[in-house]
Design a protein around this ligand. Sequence first.
Ligand code: SAH
Length: 219
Amino acid sequence: MLADSLKFERQRQEMVLKQIESRGVSDPKVLSALRKVPRHVFVSEALRDQAYGDFPLPIGEQQTISQPYIVAEMTQALEIKAEDRVLEIGTGSGYQAAILAEIAYRVYTVERIRTLYFKARKLFDQLHYHNIITKYSDGSMGWSSESPFDAIIVTAGAPDIPDTLVQQLGLGGRMVVPVGNQYSQDLIKIFKDESGRVRKMNLGGCRFVKLVGEQGWGE
Ligand code: SAH
């Protein structure tokens, strides 16, 4: 089931060239992670042939795996170093966490839908991602016992920047979070400098499923 055929390998290299590098993502660590992680195993068998297309795909429970370019853009914006500990809110298929795990020291990822949580956990084990720590809960409140984090990525759209997550960001830390209404959001990058001052930057429009929870939308 996890076989990486030559066909998928070719589609993946083409995806990186035509969708990612051509649009200006240039961080070599991000590009090499995208060339390596077998995106097709993170979607259902019926959708495998579309896994390397330039669009998001359904992963069940009305959730989606993000378009490859968005994954690349968000990962690059996090400026991850090899020793970094990264928090992800919204494990979903697990693809973004796997990309992060190729670059970071350790990835903590939280998912609130049980079936998705278990599916992703199983994949991480099968693919030997021993540096991915998973949790089944409302991630809008972060993971305080493991904070501070060097980087935080929220892969679901929030009504506002979740304060609790900004608090769990270490000095010098970076965070990306889609903020807006339920139909469209802006991708906001937050940088916490060494004195604890927070700066915000708008990276442009995006469209994510809802962040549901205490610091997100209601059910
Ligand atoms: N990063 C994922 C994208 C998943 S879509 C991937 O690579 O596939 C967003 C995910 O966020 C969904 O699975 C959804 O259930 C989850 N989510 C939404 N609100 C959440 C919350 N408060 N805590 C944890 N996960 C949440």
